[in-house]
Design a protein around this ligand. Structure first.
Ligand code: UFG
Length: 328
């Protein structure tokens, strides 16, 4: 199998690439390196290119006889998406539509798509299943939901088969310790907590302590990046085995508050997290926890990292060894 991985130099992309390589597949990473890191691609071919560049995409697909695509390339910051919706609709919607055009023109009809728990918005029930109402509270979630709907239409009309994976909160790093989370700027909770421990920031701002949760801070479902990556490997194999288009949640099914994450990080690092309470962040739902039985049952997915301290320990190893990320 020759697989094109757009955004394969990014955080989740680079971890997934490593797992796909282990299956013996030929992996071609396609990334414009705007948020991705060249140094995160260790073994596979890396093509520097944009998903809007139809000619380069076509050449890549033809040159490497690509038969499927795993599509990570997208913007993914909830807060920024509210301030800069134009960027998000352009990149995540128009960019993905362009990729789909090129795929169909070249007869590539298998796609694994990075979606998000943000498609649900504020859930009605605490455990979110794939059938839960989709009513995104932020632009990022809306762009991903638009693309899920477009892919469903393309699937019916053009024979595209896709699996959309709705990620909850990706975190942690590969045990090898040479790839990990490095966003500029960093906005995600666990890396910010660890940077605060290291004294690399003034401290952590807790965004709101008046949510209807046990300690007033938001609850999220944190899932190790390699468990996420493994789900892509299984999804792709399922598509090659004739599985039809489908959508799956990807989370551990356990929720942790912001304060619980801080406490777990303090236990793992033995350090204190300097912290202050700030206003709520626009677009943040109070609780997002995955019901992920469907992917366990259908694809046999089994997360290996279920203990939050174990997950944070893998992130801590990366942060200690790479305090300045890939640049260091
Ligand atoms: N948080 C803080 N302080 C910070 C950063 C985050 O209190 O400095 C809080 C947020 O308010 C939120 C929680 O920590 O309640 C987690 O925030 P993240 O930014 O780490 O993650 P999000 O839940 O906002 O979003 C992540 C991904 C999205 C995805 C979503 C799905 O970034 O792409 O998970 O659950 F859509």
């Amino acid at each position: 199998m020759n697989i094109l991985v757009t955004g394969g130099a990014g955080y989740i992309g680079s971890h997934t690439v490593r797992l796909l390589e282990k299956t013996g597949s030929r992996v071609i990473v396609y990334d414009n390196l705007v948020t991705g890191h060249q140094a995160a691609v260790k073994n596979s071919v890396l093509i520097k290119g944009d998903i809007f560049d139809s000619e380069r995409l076509t050449d890549t697909i033809k040159c490497y006889s690509i038969s499927s695509v795993v599509h990570f390339a997208a913007y993914s910051l909830v807060g920024v998406s509210m301030a800069k919706p134009q960027d998000y609709y352009h990149n995540n919607v128009a960019g993905t539509l362009n990729l789909l055009d090129v795929m169909l023109e070249n007869g590539v009809k298998k796609l694994v798509f990075s979606s998000t728990a943000a498609v649900y918005g504020e859930p009605e029930k605490s455990l979110i299943t794939e059938e839960s109402i989709k009513n995104p509270t932020n632009v990022y979630g809306r762009t991903k939901l638009i693309m899920e709907n477009a892919m469903a239409d393309y699937s019916r009309a053009y024979g595209l088969t896709y699996i959309a994976l709705r990620y909850f909160n990706a975190c942690g790093a590969d045990a090898a310790g040479d790839i990990g989370e490095d966003h500029q700027p960093e906005t995600h909770l666990i890396p910010l907590v660890l940077k605060a421990c290291q004294g690399k920031t003034k401290g952590l701002s807790i965004f709101g302590e008046d949510y209807p949760t046990k300690d007033g801070t938001c609850v999220r479902d944190y899932i190790h990046v390699n468990d996420l990556g493994q789900a892509h490997v299984l999804a792709l194999a399922a598509l090659y085995n004739g599985h039809g288009s489908d959508v799956y949640n990807l989370g551990n099914g356990n929720g942790f508050t912001v304060r619980e994450i801080i406490a777990a990080a303090e236990a793992v690092t033995g350090l204190t997290v300097p912290q202050t309470v700030a206003a709520r962040r626009v677009g943040d739902p109070a609780v997002l926890v995955a019901g992920a039985d469907k992917i366990r049952q259908d694809l046999g997915w089994q997360p290996r990292y279920t203990d939050i301290k174990q997950i944070i320990a893998t992130a801590w190893r990366w942060h200690q060894a790479h305090p300045d990320g890939f640049a260091g």
